[in-house]
Write a protein that binds this ligand. Structure first.
Ligand code: ADP
Ligand code: MG
Length: 473
């Protein structure tokens, strides 16, 4: 307490003597009223001074320097201000994060998800958007006559876009993940994140619903054709217009019986489940090329409102594993079509001598895949072949193939029906045409007939004259 006694002896000091001061209510010492304490003061410098005085004593040289030097005082003031700002900044950051979490919702759609393409398609047509990053989505449509039309669709590219949906603002961020790559398609993985205000969150499902409805509407009246792409099914080109059953002309009664059988199967799910039988049915359509096997299956899909998954067993890169995987992951409401089913048999029987077939699918692999097809939903499997005689009886046994039908070259009825479909009402010419076909002495396929009629589109006589060209040499 040395500094206390020192203070008593020094009259120049103005620190009041605590003992002698009367009640502060009666008389406030002048020096006190002139010099407010730190608590009363709003100036941080004063507070600092008092702190220094209290700890070091009033006559400490350090105190004198610090309190008299304006630069030091200002420095401390700045330090205090800096610290204050840093704390404020932290608070604002935390606060905005909190507000973000409380007031905004985001929804992430990965490129694997079905909604992804629906959303992109929807957004490309949505008028109320502002985006400067666009991607191009080109669709090439090949028509039956061979011509092509190309349409360019500008879809929102990677980046941020703002849309206004039903009065609410939404931020759409399409992001590409740099490193991850979808190996099956060679495209990068992407995500779309939709961010909107918490109170508008109900609009997100509404928007997705709208996008889905739009996509479904576009595919209405169409058949989606899936082909295998690596281990998965991918839509092949744009959905095609449904083929009508009427456009396929088969031998009398054949088509009707086939359609009836399929319909009956589709209505018998309970029957199958009650008896513990796998709910699937295999159809084998065999016959010469160009007789309408593939066509009737496509028309059937249109009739039943099903899509079609086409797998060609003679495809070079197909292996047992892939076949098995594909057959067990058929998209819903799709008919599985295995074309050229005999290709698998060639592999088994012709190892060594005939290397004509490169397919990696073995016969047992095919049987396993067929037997393994287990699905909660119905499973319709169609198989086609031009060489039924090559098929192993093990494949054709019931359970694998439950329905067989020969789709042959054109019968007389078919020739007539085909002719009249192209040249309506020309019944007399029709008989001439039939006669010239019969004169050929060989049967011809419906595909050949179609070729003739397409060539002579407006000239039935031309078709009649050209029949003789179909004679096989
Ligand atoms: N019975 C038929 N009715 C109508 N068109 C047919 C018929 N058979 C073949 N075609 C036509 O011939 C072409 C080839 O037919 P496709 O069904 O692929 O024959 P397959 O599969 O039997 O080899 C198609 O363009 C199809 O329209
Ligand atoms: Mg075919």
């Amino acid at each position: 307490m040395a500094w206390f006694s020192k203070a008593e002896n020094d009259p120049s000091l103005s620190v009041p003597d605590v003992v002698e001061v009367p009640s502060p209510i009666e008389k406030v010492p002048e020096n006190l009223s002139q010099k407010p304490t730190a608590a009363q003061s709003s100036n941080p410098n004063d507070a600092l001074n008092e702190l220094l005085v209290n700890t070091l004593g009033e006559d400490s040289t350090l105190v004198k320097i610090l309190s008299s030097n304006p630069y030091f005082a200002a420095g401390f003031g700045l330090m205090g201000l800096g610290a204050g700002l840093a704390i404020l900044r932290q608070a604002v950051l935390k606060g905005s994060n909190f507000v973000y979490r409380q007031m905004l919702v985001d929804l992430e759609i990965a490129s694997k998800d079905k909604s992804y393409t629906w959303f992109l398609e929807w957004m490309s047509q949505y008028p109320k958007r502002s985006s400067r990053h666009l991607s191009i989505n080109t669709t090439v449509k090949q028509h039956d006559n061979g011509s092509m039309t190309t349409t360019f669709n500008l879809v929102p590219g990677p980046g941020k876009h703002l849309i206004r949906y039903k009065g609410a603002f939404m931020l759409v961020a399409r992001e590409r993940s740099g490193r991850l790559m979808d190996l099956t398609s060679g495209t990068p993985f992407e995500t779309i994140t939709l961010t909107t205000l918490y109170r508008d969150r109900h609009l997100l499902p509404e928007l997705l619903n709208e996008a889905q409805q739009r996509a479904i509407k576009q595919r209405e009246g169409k058949t989606v054709i899936y082909t295998s792409f690596g281990p998965e099914w991918r839509p092949f080109g744009q959905p095609r217009r449904k083929r009508s059953l009427d456009s396929v002309i088969l031998a009398k009664g054949l088509k009707e019986k086939l359609v009836e059988d399929v319909r009956d199967f589709l209505e018998s799910s309970k029957w199958y489940h009650d008896r513990g039988i796998p709910y699937r049915r295999g159809y084998l359509l065999y016959g010469p090329p160009g007789s309408g096997k593939s066509s009737v299956i496509q028309a059937l899909c249109g009739e039943l409102d099903y899509n079609i998954c086409i797998l060609n067993l003679s495809e070079a890169t197909l292996t047992d594993d892939r076949l098995n995987h594909l057959m067990n992951h058929v998209p819903e409401r799709s008919i599985l079509l295995l074309e050229d089913i005999d290709a698998a048999f060639n592999e088994r029987k012709q190892t060594g001598e005939d290397q004509g077939y490169l397919s990696g699918v073995t016969f047992s692999g095919l049987l396993n895949a067929l037997d393994g097809v287990a699905s909660a939903d119905e499973r319709l499997i169609f198989m086609t072949t031009n060489h039924p005689e090559r098929l192993d009886p093990a494949l054709i046994r019931p359970g694998r193939v439950d329905y067989k039908a020969l789709i042959d070259n054109a019968t007389e009825d078919q020739v007539r029906a085909m002719f009249l479909r192209f040249y309506e009402g020309e019944t007399e010419k029709c008989e001439h045409f039939l006669q010239s076909v019969l004169d050929l002495g060989t049967t011809i396929s419906t595909a050949q007939l179609q070729g003739l009629f397409v060539y002579n589109k407006h000239n039935s006589q031309g078709a009649i004259d050209m029949v003789k060209l179909l004679k096989r040499k």
